[in-house]
Design a protein around this ligand. Structure first.
Ligand code: TYD
Length: 229
């Protein structure tokens, strides 16, 4: 009798029914979108079922809010209005896209999440990090990323990169002066310091290839822990 071949193990995503929620955070010009793209490609090449999304956005309503809240033509927007618009888009995103994807065992890779509101509206606009975090805990019904990758970028470096990318024709938030971006940077770092086990903080000035390698390794390590019986 010929021996039976060993059964093929199911792909990791199937063994991981609760999914994984990975968020990329950092200042403007940190290279989050590049890294999100690389991470998604690496995970898909390994057979994972991955959803790539971004904030503000991710749903038709969220994309409309994005247009509204980032349009420089609107001029100054009251900080509370700004915080509520981001939170409203996030609530829809979590309810309609992120939670269903996680429940289906998929890996969600999201460009920005609630920490962006804590840093930009809480610290940058002066509404208070704790208060904005609380608003967002309500908006997301308590959803917290499994891993947050913080690409730490100095304001001047971020500005130079944005200039290279699109001639500096930034949105309403990007157009803020360096002092604003320094404040948001410090807030991101403080959030990461409070929960070191849930954050991977990387210097965004390093090469894109090196960063991609470290991010993918950190996500794989996390998946391995969560998949283990
Ligand atoms: P982003 O999509 O990273 O910009 P880009 O289109 O250049 O990739 O983010 C858009 C801007 O919105 C960015 O300046 C940060 C800001 N923002 C907030 O102020 N609060 C938030 O909650 C979020 C998600 C973004």
């Amino acid at each position: 009798m010929t021996p039976r071949p060993a059964p093929t193990p199911p792909p990791a995503a199937l063994r991981h029914p609760s999914g994984a929620f990975v968020v990329l955070e950092g200042g403007d010009g940190a290279g989050k979108s590049t890294q999100a793209g690389r991470l998604v490609a690496a995970l898909r090449a390994e057979g994972h079922d991955v959803v790539r999304t971004r904030e503000p956005g991710g749903t038709p309503l969220g994309e409309r809010v994005r247009e509204l809240v980032l349009d420089p033509a609107h001029g100054p927007v009251d900080p509370r209005t700004e915080a509520l618009l981001f939170a409203a888009a996030r609530a829809a995103h979590v309810e309609q896209l992120i939670r269903p994807a996680l429940a289906a065992g998929r890996i969600v890779v999201c460009d920005r999440f609630a920490d962006s509101s804590a840093a930009y509206q809480g610290a940058g606009r002066g509404l208070g990090v704790a208060r904005v975090a609380e608003l967002n805990a309500w908006a997301t019904a308590g959803l917290v990323p499994d891993l947050t990758v913080l690409l730490d970028v100095r304001a001047a470096t971020g500005r130079a990169r944005r200039l290279e990318r699109d001639g500096g024709a930034g949105d309403r938030l990007e157009a803020e002066p360096d002092g604003f971006h320094d404040t948001t940077r410090r807030a991101f770092l403080e959030l990461a310091e409070r929960e070191p086990g849930r954050y991977l903080v990387l210097d965004a000035a390093r090469s894109a290839a090196e960063l991609a390698g470290e991010i993918a390794a950190a996500v794989r390590a996390r998946l391995a822990v969560e998949v283990a019986p």
